[in-house]
Design a protein around this ligand. Sequence first.
Ligand code: BES
Ligand code: MN
Ligand code: ZN
Length: 496
Amino acid sequence: MQVKVSTNKWNELTADCLVVGVKQGLKQPKGVLVQLDQMLEGQLASLLAEGDLSGKKKDTFMHYTFGKMNCKRVLFVGLGEQVTYETLRAVAARSIRAAIKSECVHVAFALDSLVVGEVSSGEGAHAIVEGAMLGGYRYKGFAQEERDFHQVGTISLVSQEGDLAEVEQGRMIGEALAAGTNLARELVNTPGNLLTPTGIAEAAVDVAKQYGMEYEVLEREDMLKYGMGGLLGVAQGSAEPPKLVAIKYKGRQTWDDVLGFVGKGISFDTGGISLKPREGMEEMIGDMGGAAAVIGSLEALGRLKPEVNVLAVIPCAENMPSGTALKPGDVITTMSGKTVEILNTDAEGRLILADGVTYAKKMGANYIVDIATLTGAVLVALGTCTTGVVTNNEEFVEEVMEAAAEAGEAVWRLPAFDPYKEQIKSKVADLKNTGGRYAGSITAGLFVGAFAEETPWVHLDIAGTSWAEKETDYSPTGGTGAMVRTLALLAAGRAE
Ligand code: BES
Ligand code: MN
Ligand code: ZN
């Protein structure tokens, strides 16, 4: 989707659809709508008078202009009573879906009718671009038969009144965040045979190359050298070789203040020898949602270019049962030296994250966020709309939660009191990889936290949020791209 800013007058536009905002309770054309009503020869006044345009938030009304304007259609969209940043994002998402239904290729947003009230033109442009790009995303899939897969090719933000420099800046931010989110969705939606650990690594490297970021890909030999027993252990049952990608986004002169992102990249999770039940196992193509979020955030950072250092570490493997797979009762040694007793081979994410976190520390990360589709238990605790958070640092978690609030992504903290740590102590090793049925998301998080040690660390469990069974305003079913925007805004918020 191409996004551009234009100062064209509405009657000069040749878009397939012009999106125009209508406030709730409006009885006759006012402000910028007066001019539109003149072009439409009084039709807008009639629609308002007849009560066809409720102006209720997100209500849409597709109006055909039949030659009265160069735009074939005007989509009236309700703004509700109070227009906020969030209103505009949701309104844009709804509008783009209505435009997709009418197979519009070029959609123009009449900014001067939409960005009203307290929202600045920059924020408004950001909200509209983000909402339109997120709401317009579809996964194409592989069916031979033509499906109703229509995508909008271009969106324009049309404004004569807004501060153009601000609008342009807002467009750039919205586009960066949405492009990152949609990239993560695409990766999550790609099936496990087509996105192997090697494929995840390639996707990460593609982004690094595109934005000139330094990167390295560790192979099995390198992992052996570092003693990455967690990542190697999980991968040993699969014919697919593991990969570990490390990417440096260097926004500063010196590499001393480094924010580390560690994302779980399990290309498919069968559970291994502790095999998962067959129902719903296909959703485990999304068990690389953490990796996808990290890759998506790099895409956003590559565009935003904030002055901050970010290290992305993405351990990738496939979790399979086989004659060479890990078994319950096995003991492995991680890169940190910590030994782990394997009780359940389906608790594989924390094993690869353990080595990922240790590697991130070695590479200079002094703050770490790990992000993973880690536990089914987080779905039980928080459902599908909220990401679970565990931390060892009050200040850092506040910062992450502020970024999430800014991104409009719901997160909730889980307690991490010392007694929970007892649940993952092993009799034969330093740790065991499951802490029993109770508080499963907390013990899983704390397992990863054991490898962060004293480094300020925040754990994000996106098992519930990275995959949607029902569509929402911003996302179709499947991959949601959860937390891409939070990670990107967290990093951008640290810029000097
Ligand atoms: N990838 C799963 C977690 C998951 C579940 C993600 C549902 C998305 C949706 C993870 O590797 C896993 O299997 N966790 C186990 C841990 C248990 C064995 C301690 C779980 O949640 O059952
Ligand atoms: Mn598992
Ligand atoms: Zn998993």
